[in-house]
Design a protein around this ligand. Structure first.
Ligand code: FAD
Length: 397
């Protein structure tokens, strides 16, 4: 049988530097050799060992890897994206650990925190000794976080937080939560970020069970009942929704790469399967209908990776001088998550009944991608961002 062509038919590797390739290979090896055999069990039982994994990721310098100082690796955005791609080729839950820790919790403190907050938390978060989470979404406010009900009031010099957050990745295992809350009108009534050690009295984080998506990831509610924090718990450098949105932009960048990792894994597993599977006396791979599906999927995969690498080059400043615009991130998040889930579902059809089991990664990836399509701005929210950029009209409300 002829060898299977690598899926990078555009030779996109030529856009990737040597150091970035080395980082990518390290992560790919970790996923293939150590994590991949464990993933179906973690997914089925819903018991991923987040703390152990965080330490392992930390020892490889993957946590907050694109940040500088405070024990962070200071890699390029391209390297960070490629690491996300390889992790999500394993499972979206693995990439979520790295995204939430590095791009949400650590980035919030790195970008908007005081020097004292950075010194206290970033080295421990970078090494994986501590785990962070990021609480923005509430039971009644997801796409519209500006409506949040969580309140921060002043009592003497202390802050007191009351409210709840929902769907928070790593909430139950976190040592520190970055929580966004609206301050009292006497304090300006603005949204502010707070660094909340999770052992503070009044804070609890019950895990959300019975998920059918991202089962190899911990998702939690955060409940805050009179959580008393010192005056310096507030992130001093940002006020308003700009704060959490700046962090979401970082995390969306990782998803643009990660979703293509899940898609690549689906396509690799499927090509290997259809070459072996005999239907009507011939390999499934030899039928035109199969090849048309595979061809359409590799086109979308390679286009998606090309898009991701272009956005990374803009972010790294190796292309252009305007940086990475929010609209460009929306194009990437909308396209790559939408195409990834379409690829996962199409691959599942090619495996027939085998495609619905955990023996193959397809339905697991497809189910995970339902969450990936939803978090960090739903597909519809990114359509609205782009619609506004094109027309000047906001259709959000
Ligand atoms: P809604 O906002 O209620 O949206 C429901 C539907 O309405 C969607 O289709 C949406 O696109 C559509 N819609 C919304 N507004 C409009 C509009 N103006 N016009 C037309 N349609 C609209 N959040 C965190 O803060 N931290 C985390 O760590 C985190 N982790 C998550 C992990 C998982 C597994 C999941 C599933 C979610 C996580 N989230 C997290 C929450 C996630 O960001 C929200 O689910 C997401 O923002 C959507 O909010 P929602 O679920 O409330 O949906």
């Amino acid at each position: 049988m002829a060898p299977v062509a690598p899926l990078d038919l555009l030779d996109l590797d030529a856009l990737v530097g040597e150091e970035e390739r080395a980082i990518r290979e390290t992560v790919r090896r970790l996923v293939d050799e150590r994590l991949r055999p464990e993933i179906p069990g973690w997914y089925e039982r819903g018991d991923t060992p987040v703390r152990e994994l965080a330490q392992e990721f930390g020892s490889l310098g993957l946590l907050g890897m694109h940040l500088t100082g405070y024990g962070c690796a200071g890699t390029s955005a391209t390297a960070y994206g490629l690491a996300c791609l390889e992790l999500e080729a394993g499972d979206s839950g693995l990439r979520s650990i790295v995204s939430v820790q590095g791009s949400l919790a650590m980035f919030a403190i790195w970008k908007h925190g005081s020097e004292q907050q950075r010194q206290e938390w970033l080295p421990r978060l970078a090494s994986g000794e501590a785990i962070g989470c990021f609480g923005l979404t509430e039971p009644d406010f997801g796409s519209d976080p500006g409506g949040m009900r969580t309140r921060a009031r002043k009592d003497g010099s202390d802050w007191v937080l009351d409210g709840s957050k929902m769907w928070i990745t790593n909430g139950s295992v976190a040592d520190v939560a970055v929580v966004w809350a609206r301050t009292d009108s006497s304090e300006g009534g603005a949204i502010r970020g707070f660094v909340v050690p999770t052992d503070t009295p009044g804070f609890s984080a019950p895990e959300i069970k019975q998920k059918l998506s991202l089962r190899a990831s911990v998702t939690s509610e955060l409940v805050m009942e009179g959580v008393r924090l010192p005056e310096d718990a507030v992130l001093p450098e940002v006020t308003g929704l700009r704060g959490p949105l700046s962090c979401l932009t970082e995390a969306r960048f990782g998803i643009i790469f990660g979703s293509m990792g899940a898609a690549r894994d689906c396509l690799e597993a499927t090509i290997s399967y259809v070459r072996d599977r005999q239907v009507f006396g011939r390999p499934l791979a030899a039928y035109q209908l199969t090849q048309a599906k595979l061809a359409d999927m590799v086109v979308e995969l390679d286009k998606g990776v090309l898009l991701a690498l272009h956005l990374a080059a803009l972010k790294d400043g190796t292309v252009g001088d305007r940086g990475l615009r929010a609209e460009a991130i929306s194009i990437g998040k909308l396209n790559n998550t939408r195409e990834a889930i379409a690829i996962a579902r199409e691959c599942r059809t090619l495996l027939g009944a085998n495609g619905i089991t955990l023996d193959y990664p397809l339905l697991r990836h497809a189910n995970n991608l339902e969450s990936v399509l939803t978090y960090e701005g739903t597909a519809e929210v990114h359509q609205l961002v782009l619609g506004q950029a094109l027309t000047g009209e906001s259709a959000f409300r």
